[in-house]
Write a protein that binds this ligand. Sequence first.
Ligand code: ADP
Length: 256
Amino acid sequence: MNSPATVVGPLIEARGIHKSFGQTPALRGASVAVSRGEILAIMGPSGSGKSTLLHCLAGLFTPDSGEVWFDSRRLDTLDEAARTRLRRTEFGFVFQFGQLVPELTAADNVALPLLLNRARRRAAYRTADAWLDKLGLADKGTRRTGELSGGEAQRVAVARALALNPTLIFADEPTGSLDSLTGEKVMDLLVGLARDEGTTVVIVTHDARVAAYAGRAVMVRDGLVSFDERAAEASAARTAASPAAAAGGTTAKAGS
Ligand code: ADP
């Protein structure tokens, strides 16, 4: 029935996702599609469901219903081991809290996911040092991340996410705890490096200044993506590709 391979599909897509926490509905049929190489901002007020949507896209939450597709593969029905593998090899995460180990040095933190992916120790640390250098942290490699400033720690998190050369980066309020100047620096680096590497980036933010770095923004309100032009086009293209499709008239844009 579903055959996303019939069109040049999005890299990642949520289709009609529902997710509740107990009695609280967080998502009520949210759909969004992100193209390869795109930088997308997911905006909306606090509590609207942005983080839940990001977690569902990243396979960190399983939706109650609806589908998540990554690179023409169904993500939400994969078992946990397969999802973990996918997260380790294809996805990078820049979250506001929690992704760095404060007792470890900056270099250890960046090297860790590479070592988990079975990189050799020397190669992992060489890569980690190179990324820390790119992010202006060459002299901070041996410092524990718990002793760094918020902006420095967020740059370590960016280095850590990018060092794996992921296909897709998920960022959740990546500048939330930073002053605006430091936040701009972090966004410049994240978006600039992602563009250089052709990485797809999905950023959750309620901050219009952060969203301005994205090529496109969608709004989440009350658990729904209020309007997403690209998803509408992808869906129209799928309908047009189906033999049962009656009408078209939509010119689907491929790429940005
Ligand atoms: P946003 O990222 O837009 O601030 P969230 O996706 O974090 O919104 O939350 C959407 C709704 O789901 C809110 O009502 C929130 O309280 C609820 N929610 C999110 N995560 C949990 C959780 N782990 N347990 C219970 N409720 C949650």
